[in-house]
Structures are given as structure tokens and as C-alpha cells.
Design a protein around this ligand. Structure first.
Ligand code: SF4
Length: 182
């Protein structure tokens, strides 16, 4: 099936899909987008909190290879290498970030690799709530996991079937809770 760039996935979509395929479908296929306080605060934080601390480039990239597109807006200059960064407002402070964050970061990694014709061996997650910077090693396993998720997203677009809801702790605080469980 031929894809147009408006069908290409964005990094934030991948994060949503990893978190819950159903919420991804609600937002991106049904085009219903609700914002709760949690989401609004996260957006504000992303836009403002680290503006003075991390170099902001606003690089917009479209990749035909990965069938992805996105604005890579936070990049750290490390000895002349432009290393991708993803900012989250949460208080996470452990050594291995949640998978959804890592997959979103990997989406920026592969987009910027294509843009800069380079190969990264690491990138960063920054959690503003805990002021924690996490160095994520870029491995072949992560690249392949990203590819799997992109294939699953494409499969979901092609199927046109809304994923079943699965009750879990993720549902508490989810902006689509009432759509699923009322
Ligand atoms: S309420 Fe639960 S199942 Fe429904 S979209 Fe949110 S996380 Fe997914």
C-alpha cells in the first residue's frame, strides 16, 4: 500500500502507541483528542522549562525510509555531535527509562541519523520533575523494536479496527477513560 507523508508516524505517536494502542487509535484514527491537566502541564513543560538549558533547533524531518516525520526540537551539542534529547515532566529517576519514552527517543534518533548522516551510540532522556538526565544506549535491538512498533502502527491503520481496551493502571488518569469504561 502506498503511503503519503500525512500517514507517516510522528515520534509522539509512537510513544502513545507503546503506552496504549487504543489511545493511539482514538487520537490518530478517530481524530478525537482530549487534554487533561496532566497532558497540558506536560506540553507547557516541554515548551518552556528547559528552553534555556538545552539548545533548541526545531529541525523538521521527513524520512521515507522509516515512514516517519517529526520536529526534533531538543538537541545537545556534545563536542560537535548533535545528540538527540527528549524532555519529560515526570519524576522518573531510575536507570532505565520506560519503554514508551525510549521508543519516542529512538524515533528522534533515527530521524536525526538520517538528517545528519551519522550513527548515534547514545541519546538522552531528561526528566524535569526529578531533574534526572538518563543516558540511553542506542542498540540494534532498540532499532528493531522501533521498526516492529512502526509495523504494528501501519497494521492498525490498514486494519481499521479499534484495539480492544485492556484495563490496567494506565487507565487511571487517562484522558480517554470515560470513552473506554463509562
Ligand atoms: S482508558 Fe485505558 S484502555 Fe482506554 S485508552 Fe486509556 S489507557 Fe487505553
Amino acid at each position: 500500500m502506498m503511503l503519503f507523508t500525512h500517514d507517516y508516524a510522528e515520534p509522539s505517536q509512537i510513544k502513545t502507541f507503546v503506552h496504549c494502542a487504543r489511545s493511539w487509535y482514538i487520537e490518530n484514527q478517530l481524530k478525537i483528542r482530549l487534554y487533561n491537566d496532566h497532558v497540558e502541564i506536560g506540553k507547557y513543560e516541554h515548551e518552556h522549562y528547559w528552553r534555556n538549558a538545552v539548545k533548541r533547533k526545531d529541525v523538521y524531518i521527513i524520512s521515507d525510509k522509516w515512514k516517519m516525520k517529526g520536529k526534533c526540537d531538543y538537541i545537545i551539542d556534545e563536542h560537535g555531535v548533535q545528540v538527540p534529547v527528549e524532555i519529560k515532566k515526570s519524576r522518573y529517576a531510575g536507570p532505565v527509562p520506560p519503554e514508551r519514552d525510549v521508543m519516542q527517543l529512538m524515533a528522534y534518533v533515527v530521524l536525526l541519523e538520517e538528517h545528519f548522516c551519522c550513527t548515534y551510540n547514545h541519546a538522552y532522556m531528561i526528566y524535569t520533575g526529578s531533574k534526572h538526565k538518563c543516558r540511553v544506549l542506542v542498540t540494534e535491538e532498540l532499532r528493531s523494536r522501533l521498526k516492529d512498533y512502526l509495523n504494528k502502527i501501519q497494521g492498525s491503520i490498514n486494519d481499521g479496527i479499534i484495539p480492544e481496551m485492556k484495563r490496567s493502571e494506565k487507565c487511571f488518569g487517562c484522558q480517554y477513560h470515560d470513552y473506554c469504561w463509562s
